[in-house]
Structure formats: C-alpha cells, structure tokens
Design a protein around this ligand. Structure first.
Ligand code: SAH
Length: 218
C-alpha cells in the first residue's frame, strides 16, 4: 500500500516513518510513505502558497494554484485512480470501519494536509474525493491526522504486524462485534497485591474465550 502526502511540513513525518512498526513496515516494503512539499508548487520567487480570505476574517488560506499543481503531479506519479483525501474537521468521522474499507479498497491513497485556516474551497470541489476528520476538535494542520490514518490503515495490511492475528481480535473489530477489547494481563501473576483472574491461568481455552467475550465493553 502506498501513501502520498501533500503537506507544507514534510519534516512532521520524520519520526513517524523512522519509528517502530511503521519503520519496519516501510523497510519490509509492506507500505510506502512519500511526502511532497506543496511549497514546491508555490508561486513566484518566494514560493507563496497562502493568502488572505476573500470577505475578510482572521488567518490565511492555502491558494488553489499550488494545490492544483501538487495534486496533479502526485496523481500522475502512478497510473491508478488513487483517491485524494483531504483532512478537515468538516469531514466524515474516521473510525475503524473507515480504516478497514481503505485497507481493502485501495493500493494507494493521496492525503492532503491543510494548514492555517484551511484551503481554497474550489480545490475541495474539484479535486478532493473524500474528506475525513479524526475527531471533533481543531488542530493546527493535517499532518497528525494523516499520520493517524496511515497508521490505522497500515496495521490492517498483511505482514505489517508481526502476527497477522494481532489486528483480528481487538477493539472495534468485527471479531469482537465492534466492542472494546477485554482486559489483558502479563507476568507477574501477582503485582502490588493485585492478581490475574484465575480463569486466564487455568489453561481452559473455552472458559478463557467466554471470559474474554464477557469482558468486552460497549
Ligand atoms: N478553519 C478550519 C480549521 C482549519 S485547521 C475549520 O474551522 O474547519 C487547519 C488544518 O488542520 C485543516 O485544513 C486540516 O487539514 C487540519 N485539521 C485540523 N483539525 C482536524 C481534524 N479534526 N481532522 C482532520 N484534519 C484536521
């Protein structure tokens, strides 16, 4: 699976792509993460990308010309119909089912990160295929939302987690009927006077399964 990210701040992805499971997934070629700096399509000597909003008001908006150039460039890198997804608090909520759908339906997605007050509406109308929000709050940019989406989708891809079953039975998964996962315990069996439930130590698989089902929460 390939992710192309359009951002004004590619450096925001440095630690993301060099840390832990995502770094390994990239090294093992399960996923590709490519950042593209929107400023490369900026205008004039100063590579301008933003401007004041028509109608007045605070803050700056990303102008359509650099976004138009950047999006067309990235679309043309691979002959496919990768969707362009804009990160915005006004988008559809991104939930586990969204991650599942993306992991299944696409081999590539293009993630557009806004900044400041957002982007010129004409780009949203003409070149954006879907809009997603990661929660009901406003951040300074789409870089963290893009990382969240890449992370949640990637871990559903075969080979990304060491054990492919790890993403099978967990919170919000169909296997747990979309509920939240049961409590986990590891060694030691007793810690600060708190003990692991007997059933988990019993080795009785049917009972363990039953206990786990009963201890999932809505
Ligand atoms: N003026 C906008 C907010 C702009 S925030 C509004 O009121 O809706 C600046 C950028 O951060 C946005 O363009 C978007 O790319 C990103 N962003 C902020 N909060 C987000 C969220 N909850 N989900 C996804 N992207 C978000």
């Amino acid at each position: 699976m390939r992710f192309d990210i359009l951002t004004l701040f590619p450096a925001a992805f440095d630690s993301f792509v060099t840390t832990s499971i995502i770094a390994r997934a990239i090294n093992e070629k399960h996923i590709e993460v490519h950042t593209h700096n929107i400023r490369d399509w900026g205008m004039g000597k100063h590579r301008q990308v933003d401007d004041v909003p028509y109608g007045g008001g605070a803050g700056m908006l990303l102008r359509p010309e650099p976004l138009w150039g950047a999006i067309h460039h990235v679309k043309g890198l691979v002959a496919d119909d990768a969707p362009v997804i804009y990160m915005t608090p006004q988008g559809e909520p991104f939930v586990q089912q969204s991650a599942e759908k993306m992991a299944k339906a696409h081999t590539r997605i293009i993630l557009l990160c806004g900044h400041y007050e957002g982007i010129d509406y004409r780009i949203r109308e003409s070149l954006v295929d879907a809009e997603l929000r990661i929660g009901n709050y406003v951040l300074t940019g789409g870089e963290l939302p893009a990382q969240i989406i890449i992370d949640a989708v990637s871990r559903l891809k075969k080979g990304v987690l060491g054990d492919d079953m790890s993403s099978h039975e967990e919170s919000f998964s169909p296997a747990l009927k979309r509920k939240k996962e049961y409590p986990h315990y590891t060694r030691p069996a007793e810690f600060q006077g708190m003990v692991v439930p007997d059933v988990l130590i019993s080795g009785h698989h049917a009972n363990i399964q039953k206990w786990r089902e009963e201890n999932c929460s809505d």
